[in-house]
Design a protein around this ligand. Structure first.
Ligand code: SF4
Length: 477
C-alpha cells in the first residue's frame, strides 16, 4: 500500500518556462509581486491602491540588482507573465516605468512610482524564514498599509509569510517518492525504469497528450534557447564586460556552415561524425549558449532553477545529436527521469543557492542530467541513481559567489563543467555495479549538512569568494 507523503512535485514544477537570469531572484519575486496584488484584490479593489513600497531583504537585496530582481518585481506588478512576456521588450518596459515614474498595476490601475525610493534593497537585514525575503506594502486609505511578506525558496517557488508552502498538487500518486530509496524500491518492485514510474505519476494529474505536449514544449524551448545563444554576439549586460562566446564557438565548430532554424541546426549536428574533441566542445557550446541567453534576460527553462539551466539542455542536446536514433519519446523520458531526481533533491535538501550554495544548483542539475542520460543509454534504475550520486559527490561544497551578483562569472562556465561531469558520471555508472541501496539518500543528506555548515558568504550574497576578490560595480541593465 502506497504511503501518503507530504510533498508532491511534478516534473513541470522542476522544468518551468520563464525568463533569466535567476529563478529564485527573478522568477520567484516576479510571481510574488503578482501574487501580492491578487492577495490585495481579495481584500480591497485594486483601484484603491494609492502607493506601493517594496522591500528586498537578505540575498535578494545583496545580489538582486545583478539578478534582475527589480525588473522582475516591476513586470510582475504590471501583470506580465515570465512564460509569455516578450523578452526583447523587458528593458524598454522597465526604462519606461523609471522615466515616467508611473506603474500600471496589472495594466489596470496606474499609480505614481519612484524607483529609487519605492523599491528598497535592505541588504543589512534578513527575514527569519529564508534569505530570499521580500515585503510589499500598499497604501489604500486605511489606517495601516496592507502589507505582506513572501519568500522565494528556489526554482521559482514562493512561500507566503504565515502560510505553509503552497500545495499546488494533491492526490495519492501510484508511486509516491520522498527519497531515492523509495524510488529504487518502486523500480525493483515493478521492474520499470524511473521514467515509466514518473510518467504514471504525472498521469494522475494530466492526460498523456498533455504530458507529452508539455515535455516537448520544454525541449523545444531549451533547443530554441541554445540556438539563439549559439547565434547571438556581443557583450552581456551588467558591467562585467563578459563577451558572448557560444556564437563564435558554434561558427568554428560548423566550419562556417549556417543553419536557419533550431530544427536545421539539430539536423546538421546529427550529421556530424564522431570526434571526441569536437563533441566535448559542442557540449560546452550548448551550455554557454543557454547561459549567455539567461544572463541577457532571455527565455529559458528552469532546470531545476535558473542558475544551472544550461546543464540539462547541454546533456540532452549531446544525447540527441551524438547518439543514434533518438526519438521524441526518448527526449520525454530523459526529462521525466531528470525531473524526478531534481524533485528528490528538493524534497530531501534544497535547490536554492541562497540556502545551499552552488552545490544546490549546478550540483543538482548535474545529478539530474547524469541519471537521465544513464537511463537513456541503457542503464538500470540503480545505475541511474548511482550516476546522480556520483555527479553530486563531485559538487559537494561548491559555493555560490557570483561576481557583482551577476549570473555570469563563474556561473556561465560552471554550466559547461556541470554538463561534462554529468556525462562522465553516466559513463562511470554504466561501467559499474551499483554499490547498494541508499547511497544517493546519503549524498542528499550530506549536501544538506554541508549547506548548513557553509558560511552565508557563499550562499548567493556576493560577499565571499570570487565576488570579493574581483569587486565590480554593477551597471544598471
Ligand atoms: S554561482 Fe552557481 S548557484 Fe550561484 S548564481 Fe552562479 S550558477 Fe547560480
Amino acid at each position: 500500500m502506497a504511503k501518503p507523503y507530504p510533498e508532491l512535485v511534478s516534473v513541470f514544477d522542476i522544468f518551468k518556462i520563464g525568463v533569466g537570469p535567476s529563478s529564485s531572484h527573478t522568477m520567484g519575486p516576479w510571481k510574488a509581486a503578482r501574487q501580492f496584488l491578487l492577495d490585495f484584490e481579495a481584500f480591497m479593489p485594486l483601484e484603491t491602491i494609492q502607493k506601493l513600497r517594496i522591500f528586498l531583504f537578505g540575498s535578494l537585496a545583496k545580489t538582486g540588482k545583478g539578478h534582475g530582481t527589480d525588473f522582475a518585481i516591476l513586470l510582475g506588478l504590471q501583470g506580465e507573465s515570465p512564460e509569455t512576456t516578450d523578452t526583447a521588450l523587458i528593458r524598454a518596459r522597465v526604462a519606461q516605468i523609471k522615466a515616467q515614474q508611473q506603474l500600471s498595476l496589472l495594466y489596470r490601475h496606474s499609480i505614481p512610482f519612484y524607483y529609487e525610493t519605492d523599491l528598497r534593497f535592505v541588504g543589512q537585514e534578513s527575514l527569519p524564514f529564508h534569505p530570499n525575503g521580500m515585503r510589499f506594502e500598499a497604501d489604500y486609505g486605511g489606517e495601516m498599509p496592507f502589507a505582506q511578506q513572501y519568500y522565494s525558496v528556489g526554482g521559482g517557488f514562493i512561500v507566503k509569510e504565515g502560510e505553509p508552502p503552497q500545495r499546488r498538487l494533491s492526490g495519492q500518486l501510484p508511486y509516491p517518492t520522498q527519497t531515492p530509496t523509495d524510488l529504487q524500491d518502486w523500480c525493483l518492485q515493478t521492474q520499470k525504469p524511473i521514467s515509466a514510474l514518473v510518467w504514471e505519476n504525472e498521469r494522475y494529474w494530466r492526460s498523456e497528450e498533455d504530458i507529452r505536449a508539455g515535455l516537448l514544449r520544454i525541449w523545444h524551448t531549451m533547443r530554441a534557447c541554445m540556438y539563439r545563444g549559439g547565434h547571438a554576439e556581443g557583450e552581456l549586460p551588467g558591467g562585467l564586460r563578459v563577451i558572448r562566446r557560444a556564437a563564435q564557438m558554434n561558427l568554428r565548430l560548423l566550419e562556417g556552415k549556417s543553419c536557419a532554424s533550431p530544427e536545421e541546426w539539430q539536423a546538421t549536428l546529427q550529421g556530424l561524425g564522431p570526434d571526441f574533441q569536437k563533441t566535448l566542445r559542442w557540449v560546452s557550446c550548448f551550455a554557454l549558449a543557454v547561459n549567455e541567453e539567461n544572463a541577457d534576460f532571455g527565455r529559458v527553462v528552469t532546470a531545476p532553477t535558473n542558475g544551472p539551466r544550461g546543464v540539462i539542455p547541454a546533456v540532452l542536446m549531446y544525447y540527441v545529436c551524438f547518439h543514434k536514433s533518438v526519438s521524441e519519446e526518448d527526449i520525454c523520458k530523459f526529462l521525466l527521469t531528470a525531473g524526478e531526481i531534481g524533485s528528490l533533491f528538493k524534497k530531501g535538501a534544497t535547490i536554492s543557492a541562497a540556502m545551499g550554495g552552488c552545490q544546490a544548483e549546478i550540483g543538482v542539475s548535474s545529478a539530474m542530467a547524469a541519471a537521465a542520460l544513464t537511463e537513456r543509454l541503457g542503464g538500470s534504475p540503480l545505475q541511474a541513481l548511482m550516476a546522480a550520486e556520483i555527479a553530486m559527490e563531485h559538487h559537494l561544497g561548491l559555493t555560490c559567489d557570483p561576481i557583482g551578483g551577476l549570473v555570469q562569472i563563474p556561473c556561465i562556465e560552471r554550466n559547461s563543467m556541470g554538463a561534462i561531469k554529468a556525462i562522465t558520471a553516466a559513463q562511470i555508472a554504466l561501467e559499474s555495479d551499483p554499490a547498494g541501496p541508499g547511497s544517493l539518500d546519503a549524498v542528499i543528506q550530506t549536501m544538506m549538512r554541508t549547506a548548513r555548515d557553509m558560511s552565508d558568504k557563499y550562499k548567493e550574497t556576493a560577499e565571499g569568494g570570487l565576488a570579493v576578490q574581483i569587486p565590480i560595480n554593477v551597471i544598471e541593465c
